[in-house]
Design a protein around this ligand. Structure first.
Ligand code: IMP
Length: 189
């Protein structure tokens, strides 16, 4: 029998309110920097789906922000085990429009060893966007294997494997409205 979800959560690391505040603050910073410009929010599937949507709507509420907010997505899959990416990143779904000449803001759920974002910046940078920057909800700075610039950071995440608000463990827990740590036994279940 499957264990009920609620018993597998050990603790809430970032509440719904904390996430909403962080996104609001990121939106203020982005609105200031992209004021009057057209920006493409490029969400990285699947983890960044909620942060991309919430950031886009927060930006849209700021009157002095970008003149246009376009949404696009790309999908990557990284090899490795379920809780650590190996750094071998593969593009599994490309953007629906060309980014050439556009101001592109890559939106990611979390940066851990940095290899995924580093790969994306290199790949997208080669497509001649007008500018390229990254907004990341959670920064886990403890295990970086490459230094990668992150222009907008929501929250600094403890050195734990976390789930919720888009982040999954084996395709579960993405829909939790908060970010949480799982009980250790969940990983072996
Ligand atoms: P990086 O390549 O190690 O920077 O990791 C980026 C990707 O690894 C994220 O987009 C997530 O898919 C995954 N990841 C890293 N840390 C976590 C975590 O704590 N929970 C869930 N996924 C994670």
């Amino acid at each position: 029998m499957t264990t009920p979800l609620v018993t597998t959560i050990e603790s809430v690391i970032f509440s719904e309110e904390a996430i909403a505040h962080a996104i609001e603050r990121m939106a203020q910073e982005i609105a200031r920097d992209y004021a009057g410009r057209e920006v493409v929010l490029l969400g990285v599937l699947k983890g960044a789906v909620f942060v991309t949507a919430d950031l886009a709507r927060a930006l849209d509420r700021i009157p002095q922000g970008p003149s246009k907010i376009e949404l696009d997505f790309l999908g990557v899959s990284s090899y490795g085990n379920a809780s650590r990416s190996s750094g071998e990143v593969r593009l599994v779904q490309d953007t629906s429009h060309s980014i050439e000449g556009k101001h592109v803001l890559v939106v990611e759920d979390i940066v851990d060893n940095g290899l995924t974002l580093s790969y994306l910046r290199m790949m997208l940078g080669a497509r001649a966007p007008a500018s390229l920057a990254a907004a990341v909800l959670l920064d886990k700075p403890f295990n970086r294997r490459v230094e990668v610039p992150v222009e907008y950071v929501g929250l600094t995440c403890p050195d734990e494997f976390v789930v919720g608000y888009g982040l999954d463990y084996q395709e579960r827990y993405r829909t939790l409205p908060y970010v949480a740590k799982l009980r250790a036994e969940t990983f072996t279940a």
